[in-house]
Design a protein around this ligand. Sequence first.
Ligand SMILES: NC(=O)c1ccc[n+]([C@@H]2O[C@H](COP(=O)([O-])OP(=O)(O)OC[C@H]3O[C@@H](n4cnc5c(N)ncnc54)[C@H](O)[C@@H]3O)[C@@H](O)[C@H]2O)c1
Length: 345
Amino acid sequence: MEKKKAVIIGGGNIAEAVHVPHYREQKAIEVVAVLGRNAERVQAFAERNAIPRFYTDADEMYAVENPDIASVCTPNSFHYAAVMKALENGCHVLCEKPPAISADEAWKMHQAAKARSLVLAYNFHNRFAEDVKIIREKAAAGLLGDIYVTKVQALRRSGIPGWGYFTNKELQGGGPLIDIGVHMLDAAMYVLGFPAVKRVTAKQFQKIGTQKSSGSFGEWDPQKYEVEDSLFGFIELEGGGLLQIETSFALHIKEDSIMNAAFMGDQAGATLFPAHIHTDRDGKLVTLYQKNQADPECQRKSMAAFIDNCLGKEAMIADGEQGFLIQQIVEALYRSAEKGESVSL
Ligand SMILES: NC(=O)c1ccc[n+]([C@@H]2O[C@H](COP(=O)([O-])OP(=O)(O)OC[C@H]3O[C@@H](n4cnc5c(N)ncnc54)[C@H](O)[C@@H]3O)[C@@H](O)[C@H]2O)c1
């Protein structure tokens, strides 16, 4: 069987830790080239990862390589242009999260993929955990009853990234909400079946990133800290449900980090990581389902599902439409926080 040719756009951390090694595991895929902005760095990336060719010019790369698949692993603000170019060149695309900087961009990406019948998937890998599958199935089967409150937490006590562009508003589009909150938001919306959103209200803070210069994720320049360090939001869903989100790079909580989503139904409640379902009987907590450890294989499963789709097999992916819906909520949360008022969708 002739192998599908994959190219990597943006040879940085996630490309090296996840995309290249997982493509390597697949017999049907061969990584033929990497595209970067800085010739020295992209060459070093290619050499370290045994990728035959590297480029700094996208047009040249597409003309020479004629690839089938592109992984977009650039900083957030370049996702849109990189995805559109890959689609124009006939590639199926796996784009890192968040889909883009704005809902408008995410919508255009979705439409472009649809118009060309190409796969566009986002690497919202948390939803691929076995834990999420279990809670989604049990919720759909009615074990939780009517889920009327969902709480999403993506909190770090001292986790302002000291590398890359994560504190740069223009390049990333925001801070913890668009970087880590978006992951848990996707997992929660996936469990809920993507209910329509009515109204969004949020408040954001920039209290720690501009004061301090180091934490457990390295050092940064507080003068150049441009994003929120925490954001709290209420998302009112059609049908009366509420989804609450709490997200931070830095916040004085007791734990190092909390990454989870909890679902409260009128029959039972559940948490995702690890999957746990519980209820109350006469004042006593009763466990209905318990998994001891969260699935560590979700990155692999996310990539495998994308590749299956590229090869014409059916597998669940975080697709262009769902990516747009998540981006729309993120944008509305930021807009609400900036305006100081609720935003209707
Ligand atoms: N799924 C996850 O859990 C996860 C984890 C980390 C990062 N990410 C996402 O991956 C993306 C990259 O993050 P990272 O940590 O790898 O960042 P990084 O800074 O390590 O890597 C980004 C790379 O892109 C290159 N680049 C910049 N602009 C480019 C352009 N226009 N064309 C081609 N290359 C370009 C940079 O030179 C750099 O090598 C972000 O969108 C981030 O949100 C996802």
